[in-house]
Design a protein around this ligand. Structure first.
Ligand SMILES: Nc1ncnc2c1ncn2[C@@H]1O[C@H](COP(=O)(O)OP(=O)(O)O)[C@@H](O)[C@H]1O
Ligand SMILES: [Mg+2]
Length: 331
């Protein structure tokens, strides 16, 4: 989306410079056409005075010349428009090309795979300037894994998800998605295969129903099931599905917001979910409840946290970030 916004801004800038160029070149064209109208009339006038040309002939030629000059001025105008809009046309074409390329890749990957698992990090290194974040990391996420990745604040946990989601490209190494190399994958493609649950989920200034279904069609049974699963039954019984939650969900408690965001995901039957410190701002009771529901319902989970006290029994594999590497922790 930000790519699209950037491209649209480019197009607007180009449009501005086109308008500027057009204004300047039209000014010159009009000046020249003015001169070209009066100079022949002036010279013709001298010829008439000296008897070399009849007045009728001068008028005839002068009127006829308009038939040439006006179309010529118009032609120059159109030519300028065409030439100047070339930049816009080119940018538009480039944008369309990149979008349809993404579509084509999407189709291709769908044909190749219905899952992106296993995800394999091989020899992955990543740094920002001098700041090394990961050095030669290896990690495989298999279907059915419930992975806990621990690390202190600033150690690169969120960067790990960004690498996995192709929001960042590693300087070295490869991430494989079901044996498809990362350069053939994009963020847009990956988001069709996984869900992301974070500390501050987006809550829309709309009804509870909208915040869960987001205009997709779910039947009553699915809706009733998910609100029971997410412990929202009481909220719905008290206020109803049409209850407007206010800007950023200000008419809800922190726990209710998170459980609505959870319902939005669970109703879509996720198979793979990434949890980025989702419990950091939550009370203990809600954190434990949501964590257990997710691990029970979702087949493959990666959770990153700096919390040392999570229930380690929920996980099949526990890793920590240590000295720019990801190492396994024996639980
Ligand atoms: N785009 C960026 N440019 C430069 N440094 C960054 C960028 N994104 C993150 N960092 C740095 O990388 C380190 C790890 O960040 P992050 O993965 O967000 O930490 P956390 O483990 O707390 O999630 C931090 O020191 C952060 O300042
Ligand atoms: Mg983080």
């Amino acid at each position: 989306m930000s790519q699209l916004t950037k491209e649209l801004n480019h197009v607007e800038e180009s449009n501005y410079s086109v308008q500027k160029n057009l204004y300047q070149s039209n000014w010159i064209t009009n000046l020249l056409s003015g001169i070209s109208a009066f100079v022949p009339l002036f010279i013709g006038g001298i010829f008439v005075i000296h008897g070399n040309l009849s007045l009728a002939a001068l008028m005839a030629v002068y009127l006829a010349s308009d038939r040439i000059v006006i179309p010529a001025v118009n032609a120059i105008d159109h030519f300028n428009k065409l030439r100047s809009s070339h930049t816009i046309v080119k940018k538009y074409d480039d944008l369309m090309d990149s979008l349809s390329l993404e579509d084509a890749q999407n189709t291709m990957t769908h044909q190749l795979t219905h899952t992106i698992l296993p995800v394999q990090f091989q020899h992955v290194s990543h740094q920002y300037g001098e700041r090394m974040i990961f050095k030669d990391i290896h990690l495989t996420i298999n279907k059915g894994n419930h992975i806990l990745l621990k690390g202190p604040s600033g150690s690169g946990k969120s960067i790990f998800f960004k690498l996995l989601l192709r929001l960042e490209t590693p300087q070295e190494g490869t991430v494989w998605y079901n044996n498809i190399q990362d350069d053939k994958m994009s963020f847009a493609m990956l988001t069709q295969h996984l869900y992301y649950f974070e500390q501050q989920p987006l809550i829309f200034n709309d009804s509870i129903l909208f915040n869960i279904a987001l205009d997709d069609d779910f039947n009553d049974k699915q809706l009733r099931y998910v609100i029971r699963q997410c412990n929202l039954t009481e909220l719905i019984q008290t206020h109803g599905w049409d209850y407007h939650v206010g800007a950023n969900g200000e008419r809800l408690s922190g726990g209710q917001k998170m459980r609505i965001a959870l319902a939005r995901i669970l109703i879509r039957a996720p198979k793979f979910i990434l949890l980025d410190e989702f419990s950091a701002g939550l009370d203990k009771e809600n954190a434990i409840f949501i964590r257990e529901v997710i691990h029970q319902e979702v087949e493959t989970v990666i959770e990153i946290t700096h919390d040392e006290h999570v229930n380690q029994n929920l996980y099949t594999d526990i890793y920590k970030i240590d000295n720019e590497r990801i190492i396994e922790v024996n639980s």
